[in-house]
Unconditional design. Structure first.
Lengths: 130, 366
């Protein structure tokens, strides 16, 4: 059974978002990492980059696949998770914790209501992820 | 076109294989994970379904003469029960396919061809047979194939067969071996850079043999292995893959497998071009490189030197055994020497790489 924490919000593209004050932490879901397989490389954005909803946030590569991660909310990059440079497998092992990918300073919360709650996301995964 | 299932399709589903389409076939890309399966094959053993491969029987008094024209390697050097690797070329030297030839007798050979090329090869082989006393049979649909690969492959297989495995040398075969009570052709061959065996059997015996081998291998750490690690394993061993390092636009000499081209055996398809390339040198060739910057090279990424494209990546990946990002690329010959530095363009950024010797990985004792 896929792990889908109740307290997080989700995008239809299988990212999770955790909002604390003005900061959003973003990663990929347990379902996403299981579909990708062994993650062997993560490309992070530059700190300070300003990204609008749908812009490329990171690139997660498994042995066979290259997957773009698009930002589900608009913001300015505070930091990428540098520990993924030496240990990208953390994305597989702990996708909602140590495997976070980017922290953003939220600049526009207009699209928040388009994010899914855990129940709606579980439904999406149950329907095959599309 | 609907993708085809091998006789082991249900078995893959049962073992938790993640099914993908490859060359028109539904096959598992992985079971537990590519890295884990890769490691198992390097250190213990893995079992692959390679039933998608094609088989063509060439029989008759003209068989040798026909094959000498059809392929680039010298088939006349083969002994009975020997296996030979060879490219097969078009008249212009481009590659139709790369294949294995199994010599059963002076008048009978089995060709094992790539799955994605079966229709094309079958047509090409038939078209080239005019004037030769040969009978051709496409046995692809009647043949299943399992590959047991890894340093413990011989130990595991010896539990299931009385065939003299220890005496069976690399690239030789036993035409009729009994494994777990089923009869098939058994060769000491593979596509992983490890010791191993390939078993050709009837489709109706494949699932039974799979289970028997898995049972015998469990105490030794045998795992089912998918296409994902088959690719990373062959790639670390610098073995070419048709559609990547070889194609109708790439000759065997450009691909760096000239030792399988016998220019002095007499006339054969593509010889004129290959002789010219040999004499004047190839203008481009496959080079093996390691990424010294950060990033994973992938097929079709540009290779750049001083902001000018000098080639294209043919295969690139994270290499699990080496724990490095490596690749093969078709580059202009002047940039192919060991130690040459160039860049791989990854998502618009230039990432440093350096040409290294081949292969990336070579098993001990070989």
């Amino acid at each position: 059974m896929m792990n889908i924490p109740k307290e997080l919000k989700y995008s239809k593209d299988h990212e999770w978002v955790k909002v604390e004050g003005n900061t959003a932490t973003i990663g990929i879901t347990d379902y996403a990492q299981s579909q990708l397989g062994d993650v062997v490389f993560v490309e992070l954005p530059e700190a300070g980059a300003e990204l609008a909803v749908g812009a490329g946030l990171a690139v997660v590569e498994s042995v066979k696949a290259v997957s773009d991660v698009y930002t589900p909310i608009s913001g300015k990059v505070i930091a990428g998770n540098e520990s993924l440079a030496d240990a990208p497998e953390i994305v597989n092992q702990d996708p909602y914790g140590e495997g976070w990918i980017v922290k953003l300073e939220i600049t526009d919360s207009a699209k928040f209501n388009e994010l899914l709650d855990s129940e709606a996301y579980a439904q999406l995964v149950a329907e095959g992820g599309h | 076109m609907t993708a085809k299932q091998t006789p082991l399709y249900e078995t893959h589903v049962k073992y938790g294989g993640k099914i993908v389409e490859f060359g028109g076939w539904l096959l598992p890309v992985q079971y537990e994970g590519i890295l884990e399966e890769h490691k198992a094959v390097r250190e213990k053993a893995g079992l692959f379904d390679v039933s998608h491969m094609g088989e063509v029987l060439v029989k008759g008094p003209g068989a040798l003469a026909f094959l000498q024209k059809l392929v680039t390697n010298d088939v006349s050097c083969m002994a009975d029960a020997q296996v030979q690797y060879t490219p097969m070329c078009y008249l212009d030297g481009g590659t139709v396919d790369d294949l294995l030839i199994y010599k059963r007798s002076q008048d009978e050979y089995l060709l094992v061809i790539n799955a994605a090329n079966i229709d094309k090869d079958w047509q090409w082989i038939q078209d080239n047979s005019a004037g030769f006393q040969v009978e051709l049979t496409n046995l692809s649909a009647q043949t299943a194939e399992l590959a047991l690969q890894g340093p413990l492959a011989a130990t595991i297989l010896s539990k299931l067969t009385a065939a003299p495995l220890m005496e069976l040398r690399y690239y030789w075969f036993i035409p009729e071996a009994t494994v777990a009570g089923k009869t098939g052709m058994l060769s000491r061959t593979g596509y992983t850079g490890e010791d191993g065996f390939e078993i050709y059997c009837r489709p109706e015996d494949a699932a039974y043999l799979w289970e028997a081998i898995m049972d015998a291998g469990k105490p030794y750490g045998l795992v089912p292995a998918g296409l994902g690690c088959r690719d990373t394993l062959r790639f670390e061993a610098a073995l070419p893959l048709y559609g990547h390092e070889l194609s109708s636009a790439i000759t065997p000499l450009e691909a760096g497998i000239g030792k399988f081209v016998s220019l002095d055996k007499g006339e054969f398809n593509g010889r004129m071009t290959l002789v010219q390339q040999k004499q004047s040198g190839v203008k481009r060739q496959v080079a093996r490189f390691v990424v010294t910057g950060r990033g994973i090279p992938r097929a079709e990424y540009p290779v750049v030197y001083e902001n000018r494209q000098i080639g294209i990546v043919t295969t690139g990946s994270y290499a699990p055994t080496l724990e490095k990002n490596i690749g093969m690329a078709l580059v202009q010959t002047e940039y192919a020497a060991i130690g040459q530095q160039f860049a791989i363009e990854i998502r618009g950024k230039q990432v440093a790489a350096e040409v290294i010797g081949k292969p990336f990985y070579s098993r001990k004792g070989k």
